[in-house]
Design a protein around this ligand. Sequence first.
Ligand code: ADP
Ligand code: MG
Length: 732
Amino acid sequence: MRAEDALTAATTAATEWHQTPRTQQGPRRSVEEIYGADVFGPRVMRERLPKETYKAFMRTIEQGERLDPSVADVIASVMKDWAIERGATHFTHWFQPLTGSTAEKHDAMLIPAGNGEVVTQFSGADLVQGEPDASSFPSGGLRATFEARGYTAWDPTSPAFIVRGPNHGTLCIPTAFVSWTGEALDKKTPLLRSIDAISKQAMRILALFGTDEGVRSVRTSLGTEQEYFLVDRNLYFARPDLVTCDRTLFGAKPPKGQELEDHYFGAIPQRVIAYMAEVEEELYRLGVPVKTRHNEVAPGQYEIAPIFEETNVACDHQMLVMEVLKRVAPRYGLQAILHEKPFAGVNGSGKHNNWSLATDTGVNLLDPRDEAHTNLQFMVFLCAVIRAVDLHADILRASIASAANDHRLGANEAPPAIISIYLGDMLTDLLEQLEKGTPKRTLKGGALDLGARTLPQIPRHSGDRNRTSPFAFTGNKFEFRAVGSSAAVSWPNTVMNTIVAESLDFIATELERAVAGKARKDSLESACKKILKAIVKEHKRVVFNGDGYSESWQIEAEKRGLPNLKDSIAAFRVLGSRQARALFKKYKVLKPAELESRVSIFYEKYTKQIQIESEQMVLMGRQLILPAAVRHQIELAEAVMAREGADIDAAEAREDLRAFCDLVDRFRQKIDALDQLDDASPEGDPVRHAEYLKNKVIPTMDDCRELGDQLETHISADLWPLPTYRELLFIR
Ligand code: ADP
Ligand code: MG
C-alpha cells in the first residue's frame, strides 16, 4: 500500500472508532459464563469421565503416574464428544518446536465407515501420540533430513483446548516433541524435565525441615507480563520493514515521543480497549487467567498480564497470549507487534517473568512472612536462588539472548546485560545479619500517613521498587525482567529451574551431611546458619540495589567480577562451555547433544534474522528512499533554476541542493556497501557468520539508518514514501 493511501485509510479508521457512541459498549458476556468454556480441564473431566478414569488421570497429573492406555481411550472418546459438541471438527497435536513459536497439523476427527459414510473418530492412540515430519523443523543437527521420524506425545498436565474462528474449530492437544531416538526437539520437554529436577531437590530441603508432610511435589509458579505495540494495520502494510521484520529499520525520531511520560497508565484509547476486551474474552475461553491491562511507557505500547500459574501451563498459556494478541488485532484494524524493539528512540518491549517456588499444597516457599528472620527455611530458598544466579549469571543471561533482545539489553533502557539481584532493604538487611551470625530482626515498612484526614492509612512495603534491576525480589517471588517480549518463556524458565535445582542440591547435600546421626533441630539450625553465612559471603556480590542503568554500575560490576555479556554472540558462547554442558546433563534436563543443537539453532536464528533485516534494508533504500530522494533533488534543482531564470540570488538554494545531493550520495554508498556485505556473507559456519554480521553488517545497517533518517527529515512530506513514527505511534 502507498504511504499516502495508508494514511488516509488509517485516519479514517481511527476517527470512526472514536465516533462509536459509548452506549453501544460494555462487556458482551460475563467472565463466569465464558471462563474455561473451550478447555477440556479438570472441571469437565470430573463431570464427564467415569469416576475410575478420572481418578487414574488425576493420579497421573498429581503424582506423575504413568497413564494406562485403556484410560487414554476413555478420555479420548469423552474428549471427542465434548469437542464436537462445541463445534470442533479437527484435532491437532500442538507443540513448541525450536523455532520459538508453536506448531500444529490438523486432522479431521473422522474415518470412513465402509458403507460410503463416515463416522467421527478420535482414539486413545490419536490422543497420546502423533508423528509430524521432524525434518521440517529445526533440529540443530540432531536429525538429518533423511531420518525424518519425530513424535509428539500428549502432555496430560496441560489441558487440551479448542481454537475457534470463522468456519472452524480445532481441538488442540498440548504435546512434547521428540525425535525417533528420543531427543527433545522442542521447548516443553526440557522444561518438564527441569520442573522434575527442581522438585526433587526442593523436596530434600523440605524433608530436612520436616515440612514435607502431605507434600508430593514442589512446583515453580510463573506469571508473565507481556508488553506489545499496536499500530494501525493500514500503516503496517505500508511499512515493508514491519511486515518482514516486525520492527522498523528506518524512522526519524518524532518531535514528541515518550518525553512527556503521558502515556504510561494513561486512559486507554477506545479502539485499543475494545481490542483488549476481545483478547481477554478469547483468553478467558481458553482458561488463561489474564488480569491486568494498561498503557505502557512508549506511545502505542501496552501490557497484558495474567495471574500466575504452574510453570508448564503458564508457558503454554503465554504462547496462547501471544497468538491471541496477534490474531485479534486485525479485527480492530490493528497490528500487534511483539518485537523487542520495533521503534528506535522509544522504549522497547519485554516480558517480566515472575517466578516462585510453591508446594503442590499451595505454600509459597519464597514468601518471607512477617518475621522473616525466624524463617530459616525461607532463608535457605532465598540463598539458593542468590547462589544460583551468581554462579550461573552467564547461562541465565544466555537464556534470554536473541538478535531482537540485543536492542534492549544494555541499551540504557530495559535491564542491563549484567545480571544482578535487587533484594530491597528488608532482605538486604537480613543477609547482612546472616553474614554476621544469627538474624535477630525483620525490618518493617510501617504505615504511610497521607496527611489528609479522609484518606485511609495504608501499609507500606519494607522496601521500595527498583525498576532498573534485571532480577528483582518483589515480595514473594523473583521477577526476571530481561526476557524479551517475543520470546517463548519455556527456555528461560528451564534455565532458572535447573540452576536453582543445582543450588538446592548443593545446600541439601551439605545439610544432610551435617545432621546425619545428630539431634535434628539444633544441628539443622547451626548447619543452616553456617552454610548460609558462607553463601552470603561468596555470592553477595550479585546483589545490587542501586541504579542498574548508571554508568557507575558498569564499572562497579566489573570490579565485582560479574559477567557483562553485551550481546547475543557473547552469550551464546557460554552455552557451549563445559560447565553448561555438565549442569544440564547432571540434572537430566538436556543431554550434551540436545544442548548443542539448541546453541546451533540460536546462532541460526540470529543470522537469519539479521540477514533478512539487512536485505530488507537494502531494498527499502533502493526502492523507496532513494527514488523519493531523487525526486526531491529534482525539485530542489528546479527551484535553483527558477531563481536563476528570474535573476534572483540562488546561492543559498544551490547550497541546499549541494548539501542534499551529498547526503543522497552518502546514503547510496552505504546501501551499496551493505548490499556487498550481504553478498560476501561467509555462510556455512554459523558462528563465523554471526560474528561477521555483528562486526560488519550491523554497524553498516546503523550507518544506513542514520543517513536514511536524516533524509526523512529533509525530504518534503508529500514525497516521503513511508508512514512516519508520528503516524505509527499516535494514530490509534
Ligand atoms: P508489577 O510487577 O507490574 O507491579 P505484580 O508484581 O503485582 O505486577 O505482579 C506481576 C505478575 O506477578 C502477575 O502476573 C502475578 O500473577 C505474578 N505473581 C504474583 N505472585 C506470584 C508468584 N507467587 N509466583 C509467580 N508469579 C507471581
Ligand atoms: Mg513487573
